[in-house]
Write a protein that binds this ligand. Structure first.
Ligand code: SAM
Length: 197
């Protein structure tokens, strides 16, 4: 399923998502926002999966979350966790940002200040799509995938080209091969691994 998602990939995320979502446009963050090989993949995967429910670890200001919401016309529930270690007050900023730019009345948005590494159980419910982009250390990413493996269908993990993150992802794949239906690597600017359970 994910292998074929490139057909839905927009040439430029700014053509398909409300540009006001990216409140740091025209700053150093253009490295991702304008590279045409990063948020475009989140958009295309969400288009292909068409999720009703989405969970993200590592929300920061809500860019990847807003992109997924924009590509998901049937979305009903979105939950996100962040320990706000990168940007103080980022949960509140992300909530305002998403509500101002991409949310629809149909969507329940639940953004929480949480350190995923301290959590032993995932959010309640089942998620059609998950995105892990929080703690990028091997043990951090391994923990986060373990947390969600029983409660999601498809899990995107960012930063596969970071050797630390790849170590955690590859260990997870090796240890849990029996429950992984498919794993795909996508050549985004940071590398992405997509697991299908
Ligand atoms: C790379 S940023 C996420 C960017 C976001 N996904 C996007 O593309 O717009 C990583 C985020 O993970 C958060 N983070 C780091 N470690 C975490 C942890 N243990 N639990 C929750 N969030 C964490 C950071 O505060 C930061 O906001």
């Amino acid at each position: 399923m994910i292998k074929s998602c490139s057909v839905d990939k927009p040439a430029n995320i700014l053509d398909v998502v409300n540009q006001k979502l990216f409140i740091e446009l025209n700053t150093a963050h253009d490295e991702y926002i304008k590279c045409c090989n990063y948020y475009e993949w989140y958009y295309s995967i969400a288009k292909r999966v068409n999720p009703k429910s989405y969970f993200e670890i590592g929300v920061r200001l809500g860019y990847s979350m807003g992109v997924v919401i924009s590509a998901s016309p049937n979305m009903e529930y979105v939950e996100g966790w962040d320990n706000e270690s990168y940007t103080p007050n980022s949960i509140q900023m992300a909530e305002k940002n998403i509500r101002d730019t991409v949310i629809t009345d149909k969507i329940t948005l639940n953004l929480l200040h949480k350190d995923s590494q301290l959590e032993k159980t995932p959010p309640s419910g089942f998620f059609d799509l998950v995105h892990i982009d929080g703690d990028h250390r091997p043990e951090g990413v391994y923990h986060d995938i373990c947390l969600v493996m029983g409660c999601c269908r498809i899990c995107m993990i960012d930063d596969y080209y970071n050797t630390d993150t790849a170590k955690g992802i590859n260990k997870f794949i090796k240890d849990h091969s029996a429950i992984i239906k498919n794993s795909t690597t996508i050549d985004t600017v940071r590398g992405m691994c997509v697991l299908e359970f």
